[in-house]
Design a protein around this ligand. Structure first.
Ligand code: NAG
Ligand code: NAG
Ligand code: NAG
Ligand code: NAG
Length: 946
């Protein structure tokens, strides 16, 4: 208690918040800036400007994030979120990214939204929306008379919708130059261009069955239709997916498809009527599972292309040449059939085309002209994870070549391989993180358990237990002694004052991603991935929670199944089968071991457990139910919001939410008692344009407090959190003041037992009350602040004892940041419209200002762009001053927060060496001076006596 009091004093002495110093960035925090899985058709290497030598790696990911990555180290150069601008399209909107060497611009499409960006720094050049249409294809127009300098290339885009439309858009403004409307009802497939024509490829439904491929040629200057070819493909093509490939330009002016049984490959040179048929060899006896065409995209390339065949166990490829003059196609050579997977990619240097093949064990490069292998590199062990697609850049120096390839792996990650060596891996699967939890160290828990045992035994038993424990510890003594000199030396010499690993500050985090993977991030090593495993037996899962036990972590999936992993290796320890579909997982504690209970979609717990706990659940018909853990048949209470309202969120106090003091000491030494109940639930319900926040007692279901707001835009984020004796929420709506203003608001409400200091209200006399019958209502003091931008998620910092000032952690989706607002700033008792009296000032209150600007030092993310965060977690460490924070959902970000500064840790500037030197110098001084002083004293005595 004494310690706590001192700490409290310390905590209140230091400034409530201090910015993290620049030298602590990257030391106390880590950030994975992610893009998501790169899509196969929209990923490439490109020189960002005609004058630059080095290329960047561009992708438009499956999460509609457009970004440039430095191929040297895998760092993100810039990124843009296209789904911010695109209308919320139906599910998987078609996204495309195109660029052309020699221009400075990229053109992207997502659903109805087209935009152009500078390649070097990702600045917007133009954007355009085409309502009720979706982009089906996009090409940059390469015209002969492109005399403009610097060359900006116009875009031709194909739109689907009620009718198909081809449009030419200006390269500088995105405005439509011409459009060609096709109301025939054909399915638009793709566009292709030559220097003199634009080809529009569509599927015309045939009278019997299947589709004929129709190629319409348009004048690139006017959009007028020149001529039309219809290819009789109806017996082969049954849907748009049957067309394997349509080349974008004269580097590969072809349309390819295969017959239904995949016995023959059909190739048409665009603009001609002839269809070339090639037999597909079938010697393995296995059916072909996939055929992919790889062709160069750059205009000056030789018109060569590669056909990649896959069966379940083998892959091979054939290379074809097109003779543009005679419009004939011939097979040039074959690449051997190999066991296992391979991916191919195309790259070119001037007119030469190279094909790169990556397999599990090696990378090989061939020229499109002949089958001789130009380069072969064996991959290092362990065998490479399966890649789904790759892009490559080949550099030829004389006879030798060098290659670097960015391979998108089956786990969702992105890896760069240079000449067979892995250069970097971007863990893009983490962009789909669903749940995360800090690992519990095995060792510490063991000690805690041992101490618990000792606490429960008889005096003699506990003594013997401890003696045995220390005897066991002795076996580590020789090792410890051997390490000792090194430890002393390093501890003196390193500028890192104290190694805080032992204080639970460097705790790994396990993260489950939507593609069934589980990652372990090493906090001591900038969040590097220490292991990853495929824990799901399916391709995707919906993880509801991760709970950690010492040494293991259990992942709960929405189908009722769970997987337990070893946290040091990722090894699967246990699997439980799927049962019923669950909406969430509740934890009931029966004293020692936590028990988990699934909550079904209708809000009913899956089972009864023998424990003390109670749950509050949401049911699918929009009510809140309260349950005792031991009875899953009848809810203890049921709560329905007012008619017309819908519950969107329910939250309770964090499981670990210690309260250091039960009252608030005022300036005149009187005490305002906090209203403290562990059983509070905050329910958010929205109407058409209103939001109501209900504070419930979770045991009785009684409403303790209601606050309603009108004029609320319910499409904007509404966030809420509850902790200690206060709750906070934010929304966009009417400002309470009589003005007509609307704005983003943050409301804080504090709960007290009574409005009068030193009064405990009805609780005073009744030391013995039952929560169910006569819980008094809290006295609520609320205050609203206007904030500059919306808050999408709220959390509260957690510390071990709750002595340290709490920070309200707010996720800001507009500025891609997380701020920690100190609670004293949000004090609901700040004096309004006047300066604080001296008593209030003593209490730390300062004048209320309705506008709350987020101060720079509150930004836990500093200048980093931490995007897409959906959840922020906080956990205490063994140091009272320090709270760990982990944010996920899009990017991954982790940091340590010290809301009251690290008052229990020596500062970084503290030099042990200097301290030691001072002690040594003092000892020497004492050793030298002591005899002199003694001599002097003796001399004095002699003098005095003589
Ligand atoms: C680009 O390459 C040329 C020749 O290789 C070299 O002279 C020039 O300095 C390089 N430019 C940059 C920006 O690296
Ligand atoms: C290849 O041959 C096997 C058996 O000989 C047959 O089952 C399979 O359908 C054939 N595949 C193709 C694409 O013709
Ligand atoms: C609390 O009240 C109940 C009944 O009202 C009584 O049985 C119980 O003994 C009381 N406990 C204490 C500690 O006063
Ligand atoms: C992109 O924007 C969408 C829609 O606004 C948002 O849901 C998503 O979190 C954003 N993602 C990132 C990584 O910024």
């Amino acid at each position: 208690m004494w310690l706590q009091a001192t700490l409290l004093l310390l905590a209140s002495c230091v400034p409530s918040s201090l910015a993290i110093y620049a030298d602590e960035v990257n030391h106390v925090d880590y950030h994975h800036a992610l893009l998501g899985f790169p899509s196969a058709q929209s990923t490439f290497f490109l020189k960002p400007s005609p004058s630059s030598n080095a290329s960047l790696l561009y992708t438009l990911s499956e999460k509609s994030l457009l970004g440039a990555v430095n191929p040297k180290d895998g760092s993100l150069v810039w990124r843009q979120n296209l789904s911010r601008s695109a209308l919320p399209a139906d599910g998987n909107a078609h996204t495309l990214l195109r660029a052309s060497e020699g221009t400075n611009a990229l053109v992207s499409a997502a659903g109805d939204y087209l935009s152009s960006w500078t390649a070097l720094d990702g600045k917007l050049i133009w954007e355009n929306w085409f309502v009720d249409e979706t982009v089906a294809d996009l090409e940059l127009l390469e015209l002969e008379d492109a005399s403009a300098s610097p060359p900006t290339k116009d875009t031709v885009a194909l739109f689907g919708g009620k009718a198909a439309v081809v449009r030419r858009l200006d390269g500088d403004s995105g405005k439509t130059k011409w459009e060609h409307l096709d109301e025939s009802g054909d399915i638009p497939i793709q566009i292709s261009s030559s220097s003199t024509e634009v080809f529009y490829v569509s599927l015309q439904s045939s009278a019997r069955k299947g589709y004929r491929i129709k190629v319409t040629s348009l004048d690139p200057l006017t959009g007028q239709q020149n001529q039309q070819q219809v290819l009789s493909s109806e017996s082969d093509v049954s849907s748009a997916d049957s067309v394997l490939f349509v080349g974008a330009n004269t580097a590969a002016p072809l349309i390819t498809w295969a017959d239904q049984s995949r016995k023959a490959l059909k190739v048409n040179v665009i603009g001609t009527k002839q269809v070339h048929t090639f037999d597909i060899e079938n010697t393995s006896g296995e059916s072909i599972s996939s055929i992919t065409i790889h062709a160069p995209k750059k205009l000056e390339s030789l018109p060569h292309f590669l056909v990649h065949y896959e069966t379940d166990s083998t892959t091979w490829a054939e290379v074809y040449h097109i003779d543009l003059k005679s419009a004939s196609v011939s097979k040039a050579y074959e690449l051997p059939r190999l066991e296992g997977w391979s991916v191919f990619s195309t790259s070119n240097k001037d007119a030469n085309v190279y094909f790169t093949r990556i397999t599990q064990s090696e990378t090989t490069v061939v020229s499109s002209a002949s089958h001789g292998i130009l380069g072969r590199w064996t991959h290092q062990a362990p065998p490479m994870e399966q890649a789904l697609h790759s892009v490559s850049e080949v550099v030829a120096r004389g006879d030798t070549v060098a290659v670097r390839s960015a391979a998108a792996l089956i786990s969702g990650d992105w890896q760069l391989i240079r000449n067979g060596q892995t250069e970097w891996t971007r863990y893009e699967a983490l962009a789909g993180a669903l749940a995360a939890a800090w690992v519990e160290e095995d060792i510490q828990e063991d000690l805690a358990h041992q101490l618990q045992v000792e606490g429960h035994e008889t005096l003699y038993g506990a003594y013997m237990h401890r003696v045995k424990r220390h005897a066991r510890d002795l076996q580590h003594l020789p090792e410890w002694l051997k390490e000792l000199p090194k430890r002393i030396l390093t501890s003196i010499l390193t500028d890192e004052v104290s190694n805080l690993d032992g204080f639970g500050i460097v705790r790994p985090v396990v993260v489950a991603t939507e593609n069934g993977r589980v990652y372990s991030l090493d906090a001591g090593n900038h969040g590097a991935v220490s292991w990853k495993v495929k824990a799901a037996e399916t391709e995707s899962w919906n993880v509801k929670a991760i709970l950690t036990q010492p040494g293991s972590a259990t992942i709960y999936v929405d189908d009722g199944s769970s997987v337990t992993l070893d946290v040091t290796s990722g090894e699967v320890l246990n699997r439980s089968p799927a049962t019923v579909k669950i909406r969430s997982v509740a934890v009931a504690s029966d004293g020692t071991t936590p028990v988990t209970v699934g909550i079904q979609e209708n809000g009913v717990p899956t089972e009864s457990v023998d424990g003390q706990g109670f749950f509050v659940t949401l049911s699918d018909d929009g009510s809140v139910l309260g349950w005792f853990a031991r009875d899953n048949q009848n809810p203890a209470w049921q709560f329905r919001p007012a008619p017309g309202e819908k519950i969107i969120h329910a939250t309770a106090r964090p499981p670990h939410d210690p309260i250091a003091s039960i009252g608030k000491v005022l300036g005149d030494r009187s005490v305002l008692y906090k209203y403290i109940s562990p059983n509070l639930a905050l329910i958010t319900a929205v109407g058409d344009n209103s939001a109501t926040f209900y504070l419930l007692d979770a045991i009785s279901g009684r409403i303790l407090h209601t606050s309603a707001h009108q004029g609320v835009d319910t499409t904007q984020p509404i966030a809420s959190v509850i902790s200690e004796n206060w709750f906070a929420y934010s929304f966009w709506g009417d400002v309470v003041d009589p003005t007509d203003a609307k704005g983003y608001q943050l409301v804080i409400s504090e709960l007290y037992e009574s409005s009068i200091p030193n009064d405990r209200g009805p609780l005073d006399s009744a030391s013995n009350y039952s929560s169910i019958t006569d819980l008094p209502l809290p006295h609520v003091i609320a205050q609203a602040f206007l904030i500059p931008e919306p808050i999408s998620h709220m959390a509260v910092t957690q510390t071990r004892q709750g002595i340290t000032v709490r920070h309200l952690l707010c996720t800001l989706p507009f500025s891609n940041a997380i701020v920690g607002i100190p609670r004293p700033v949000l004090d609901a008792r700040r004096p309004v419209g006047r300066d604080p009296t001296s008593l209030e000032a003593e209490e730390g209150l300062f004048k209320y200002n309705p506008f709350l600007q987020f101060e720079g030092k509150w930004f836990l993310t500093h200048s980093r762009d931490v995007a897409g965060i959906k959840t922020v977690l906080s956990t205490p460490t063994l140091l009272e001053s320090t709270s760990l924070i982990f944010a996920f959902g899009g990017d991954i970000f982790a940091t340590r927060a010290t809301p009251s500064q690290s008052f229990d840790v020596l500062g970084k500037g503290f030099s042990k060496l200097q301290l030691l030197m001072t002690i040594v110098a003092l000892s020497i001084g004492v050793a030298v001076l002591a005899p002199m002083v003694r001599k002097k004293q003796i001399n004095q005595i002699w003098k005095a006596s003589s």
